[in-house]
Write a protein that binds this ligand. Structure first.
Ligand SMILES: [Zn+2]
Length: 178
């Protein structure tokens, strides 16, 4: 935005109204995004934002979605769930089982009985991804740590591809919000 203002001061050339509106829009959007990134990282004691939040840039997951629009829903669900996981919690009702919960993400990932079958797919997939030894360690973690572990794993990217895509899809099926 500064570039345009500078140009205006120098030669009096101002972009047309519609273009200017979009420039301002983009600039505000970027600032809001940076602000969200900073707040997310500050409240992330679990390291779950490591792969998904970059300062002064958009999330690598948005680049994945841009590169492959079919993955937009997957990327959105992951980012929303991570945001929900690290933000300040309040009591909510799970719309699937009507149980009150303090952390909807943890509830769905570890406790909701309606999601039992989908959750079993996640555990099977995880076992196949990391092997018996690592999986054994995972089962010793508490529910919060298990969620964090899964988020870190499913957000691992290699060249805009999910490293553990099958696991990623299984987790998204559990966390998906309409
Ligand atoms: Zn539930």
């Amino acid at each position: 935005m500064l570039v345009y203002l500078q140009a205006y001061l120098e030669d009096g050339q101002f972009p047309p109204r519609r273009q200017w509106k979009s420039i301002v829009g983009r600039s505000v959007e970027r600032r809001a995004r940076d602000d969200i990134s900073r707040r997310l990282q500050a409240s992330d004691q679990w390291g779950v934002t490591v792969n998904v939040v970059e300062r002064d840039d958009c999330s690598p997951l948005w680049r994945v979605a841009k590169d492959n629009p079919r993955l937009l829903g997957v990327c959105k669900t992951i980012l929303n769930s991570i945001g929900n996981f690290v933000s300040r919690q309040f009591i909510q009702v799970c719309e699937l089982c009507n149980v009150l919960t303090e952390n909807l993400t943890v509830h769905k990932m570890c406790h909701c009985h309606v999601l039992e079958r989908r959750r079993r797919c996640v555990w099977t997939c995880l076992y196949e991804c990391v092997g018996p030894k690592e999986y054994g360690g995972f089962t010793q973690l508490n529910d919060l740590e298990q969620c964090a572990y899964l988020f870190r794993l499913i957000t691992e990217l290699n060249d805009l591809q999910f490293v553990y895509f099958a696991l990623c899809k299984a987790v998204v099926k559990v966390l998906y919000i309409k």
